[in-house]
Design a protein around this ligand. Structure first.
Ligand SMILES: CC(C)(COP(=O)(O)OP(=O)(O)OC[C@H]1O[C@@H](n2cnc3c(N)ncnc32)[C@H](O)[C@@H]1OP(=O)(O)O)[C@@H](O)C(=O)NCCC(=O)NCCS
Length: 390
């Protein structure tokens, strides 16, 4: 058996992802928490949960800060020590790291960790401005560059260096919309064709509408405990066997490369070493496809293929359900949606379903080892986790 368990996931919850009109973030988080509690009847949340960590990116959306205590209150965990983590789109990947620290330090035996964002009640212009706060203010935001713009720079660099094509970018969108059509909680429920993707309007060339992730409302959570306590709560735990997190320059202009994310490569190296695993051992992965080019770069940074070959990997269908290594079976950020603070633990929720055989039409046969790759901003934060069926 590879990898010693660091902590075990005994339950998980996910709200519906989409335009959740009339709901506050706190209500959406409560929906995810309820699913996690309902899945784990042996757990008494009020008695057993000793800490809560919540990833949340922005107060601006609801004019609401103090997210840790707010979510604890609405999840029915009043008085539990509750802390918010912020690392842009990797806010709940970072929350997961904090939760692992808490369990490993024995400060808490059972911890809830999750994330939440309510975005769709704001205009696209407002959301674009709030998201841009995760880039460098003086040299990026101030000049008007947005996230679609930053990832378009990576896409053109990748096309220039490796010959990656617009068709290969579109192939990521087609695959993830297909996976999303199999996920009842996904924001987008319909399949798209290559032609739909290629003919959609340009957002920041070469990225078109279908190359971009969605502006979405949603929440996700996990319940973690020490491996030796896991069987007290469930017969089918999922162990986290590797965890890596790394940072990079906030400004993209100072990076060593535009075609690879150093933080993701460093975090992956740590996680693989800790898990005693190699890229070939991974059966299913959820990666941060905030833009289609980001998924192609993720394949390369995670060692699923050689640098420059990510476009071919998706084009050949190797990362589609039924392929060699299915990626983003949930629909990913592209089709399931990207409520930024909820994304990291939302990815872990999909891996929990896959490794416990509960992924229904999206089930990857005999999946035993899973991986999540969660990126903040244009790559100044990356968190990678590796999971094994218990
Ligand atoms: C791409 C983007 C600019 C489109 O926003 P928009 O132009 O305001 O689009 P609208 O909200 O008016 O939607 C128009 C239609 O396109 C659809 N749509 C919107 N965004 C979409 C996307 N990313 N993919 C597919 N369809 C999308 C909507 O559902 C709507 O369809 P409908 O007319 O059938 O209801 C916006 O989705 C965006 O900014 N995405 C990136 C978010 C981001 O940067 N996240 C952080 C990453 S680091």
């Amino acid at each position: 058996m590879k990898g010693k368990p660091l902590v075990s996931i005994v339950s998980a919850g996910l709200s519906k992802f989409g335009k959740l009109e009339g709901l506050y973030a706190r209500e959406i988080f409560a929906e995810a928490a309820k699913e996690a509690f309902d899945r784990c009847p042996k757990l008494d949340p009020k008695k057993d949960i000793q800490a809560l960590f919540v990833g949340h990116m922005g107060e601006s959306y609801e004019h609401q800060g103090h997210t840790g205590a707010t979510m604890a209150d609405w999840a029915g965990l009043l008085h539990v020590p509750a802390t918010r983590t912020e690392a842009a789109c990797a806010s709940s990947g970072a929350a997961l790291r904090a939760a692992i620290y808490a369990v490993l330090s024995s400060l808490a035996d059972v911890v809830m960790v999750g994330g939440v964002e309510k975005m769709t009640h704001r205009s696209t212009a407002e959301v674009t401005e709030y998201l841009a706060m995760a880039s460098d203010y003086p040299f990026e935001q101030w000049h008007g560059i947005t996230f679609p713009g930053l990832f378009a720079l990576m896409a053109t660099a990748h096309m220039h260096k490796y010959g990656t094509t617009e068709k290969q970018l579109a192939a990521v969108a087609v695959k993830n919309h297909y996976h999303g059509s199999l996920n009842p909680k996904s924001h987008m429920q319909k399949e798209i064709t290559l032609e739909n993707a290629l003919s959609s309007r340009v957002i920041a060339w070469p990225l078109k509408l279908y190359d971009c992730s969605l502006i979405t409302d949603g929440a996700s959570c996990l319940i973690l405990t020490k491996p030796e306590l896991a069987k007290k709560y469930t017969d089918t735990p999922v162990h986290i066997i590797g965890s890596g997190q790394a940072s990079d320059t906030i400004g993209m202009y100072e990076r060593e490369s535009f075609t690879s994310l150093t933080a993701a490569r460093l975090a992956a190296k740590k996680a693989y070493e800790m898990a005693d695993a190699k890229p070939e051992d991974i059966d299913v992965a959820e990666v941060h496809d905030c833009f289609t080019i980001a998924e192609i770069i993720a394949y390369e940074d995670l060692g699923f293929c050689k640098p420059g070959e990510g476009g071919q990997l998706v084009e050949k269908g190797e990362t589609k359900l039924g392929g060699r290594l299915p990626v983003n079976t949930s629909g990913g950020l592209k089709a399931k949606g990207h409520p930024v603070g909820a994304t990291g633990t939302g990815q872990a929720y999909e891996i929990f379903l896959q490794l416990t055989g509960q992924a229904d039409k999206r089930q990857v046969k005999s999946a035993e080892i899973g991986l999540t790759h969660n990126v903040g901003g244009s790559g100044a934060t990356a968190t990678i986790h590796i999971y094994r069926r218990g």
